[in-house]
Design a protein around this ligand. Structure first.
Ligand SMILES: *[C@@H]1O[C@H](CO)[C@@H](O)[C@H](O)[C@H]1NC(C)=O
Ligand SMILES: *[C@@H]1O[C@H](CO)[C@@H](O)[C@H](O)[C@H]1NC(C)=O
Length: 372
């Protein structure tokens, strides 16, 4: 799925970029890692490591797979709810409860249909595994977008647990723009909840109402990646419109400005005021014009890629790349762009420090990256 609403001149720019990118891609020997293909998938979106070293993989049409990386075999997890597979929507993220070993709880995010179109929902369910597959049971919706919309765009909804046991959701604004600034909408927000979906008691707007109480930060567009750094700070990547993809340091109660400010422009070419015009909004620590289309983020914590420790590693869709940014204090800067030759969707680090990525689209491959 291309980014939204592409004008003719933008399409030309994209085509030109695509040519430039494909030229760079001719020499993949430049990649600073060995890439091992594990499995291929139909439009994969996300994956999560199980304690037994198998991997859950979400495919956008609504299929959850289980991959055994040693045999490179794939099984199916039944019991996934029906999803709104349309536009950019479908089955999205998957995350294990921090006490998964005791409670077998798995969390998923997905687009669901309803009055007005589609919006994101987050559910949890118990996962029962057998040798080749498994099943979800007792599925319970614990959170959903406060409104639905047509078009099937910008759901986002990455899931991340914190050391305090809270569940964080990066909620997209489903291309509705202004709700990202509304405190009575949970679109375009970073959300912090207990594991059961109740708003977290310490949230910055906890006393102001039921939607307000869920909100940690606001003014986000299409936030597709979130992760912790070693100091416990939360970082986020989000897609801007035509230009203006952002890497943000997420702070309690902060407003990140969408759609009032942005380093990019609307798809029809209309200008958007820059972040510098509104110092009251939190500005990105790094931004991209033209876009990289960030779809996933880790802050690298391992030792295997020792010189990457503490760096933001971002998977890019239109840029068909892995982008590495260094973080110094609270500043960030792109340091490297690694051509992958495919739209890159998801990224995670395993317990040994290997980096795993998954490609986007038909035949998207799960790859394990280890140093050369
Ligand atoms: C959800 O979990 C929180 C924290 O454990 C608890 O205070 C709250 O009562 C729970 N809510 C429901 C509806 O169970
Ligand atoms: C351009 O797009 C923006 C965002 O959809 C819209 O607010 C604006 O009115 C449009 N401008 C024109 C001239 O069509």
């Amino acid at each position: 799925m291309m980014r939204l609403g592409i004008s003719f001149s933008y399409a030309l720019t994209l085509a030109t970029n695509a040519l430039a990118v494909s030229r760079q891609h001719l020499d993949t020997r430049q990649q600073p890692f060995k890439s091992t293909v594990i499995t291929d998938h139909s439009e994969p979106w996300a994956f999560a490591f199980l304690p037994d070293n198998r991997i859950l993989v979400n495919e956008r049409r609504g299929n959850m797979r289980i991959v055994d990386p040693t045999t490179k075999s794939k099984g199916t997890i039944t019991g996934v709810p029906s999803v709104a597979y349309s536009g950019q929507g479908g089955l999205h993220d998957v995350a294990l409860h921090p006490q998964y070993a005791e409670n077998s709880l798995v969390y998923i995010s997905y687009a669901e249909s309803g009055s007005g179109g589609a919006g994101c929902a987050v559910s949890r369910a118990k996962l029962t595994l057998d040798t080749s597959g498994g099943a979800l049971s007792g599925l319970e919706v614990i959170w959903r977008h406060s409104q639905k919309a047509g078009g099937g765009l910008q759901f986002a909804c990455r899931l991340l647990f914190g050391t305090d046991g809270a569940l964080w959701i990066s909620s997209g604004e489903i291309n509705q723009m202004t709700p990202a600034q509304s405190m009575t909408s949970n679109l375009g927000k970073i959300i912090k909840l207990y594991d059961n979906g109740t708003a977290f008691a310490g949230n910055p707007f906890a006393s102001q109402g039921s939607i307000q109480s869920q909100i940690w930060s606001l003014g986000h567009r299409n936030p597709l990646g979130i992760d912790w750094d070693a100091q416990g700070r939360l970082w986020e990547v989000e897609m801007g419109p035509m230009g203006g993809d952002e890497l943000n340091l997420i702070q309690s109660g902060a407003n990140y400005g969408w759609p009032l400010v942005c380093e990019g422009t609307h798809y029809n070419g209309t200008a958007i005021p820059k972040h510098s015009t509104r110092p009251d909004f939190a500005a990105p620590k790094a931004f991209w014009v033209p876009v990289i289309s960030p779809a996933g983020l880790i802050i690298y914590k391992g030792n295997l890629f020792s010189s990457w420790k503490g760096n933001a590693i971002i998977t890019g869709l239109s840029s068909q790349s892995i982008v590495r940014a260094t973080i110094t204090g609270d500043t960030a800067k792109e340091a490297q762009r690694i051509s992958m030759g495919k739209r890159m969707r998801g990224i995670r680090e395993d317990k040994d420090g290997a980096i795993w990525v998954i490609e986007d689209g038909a035949g998207g491959r799960l790859l394990k990256l280890t140093p050369n």
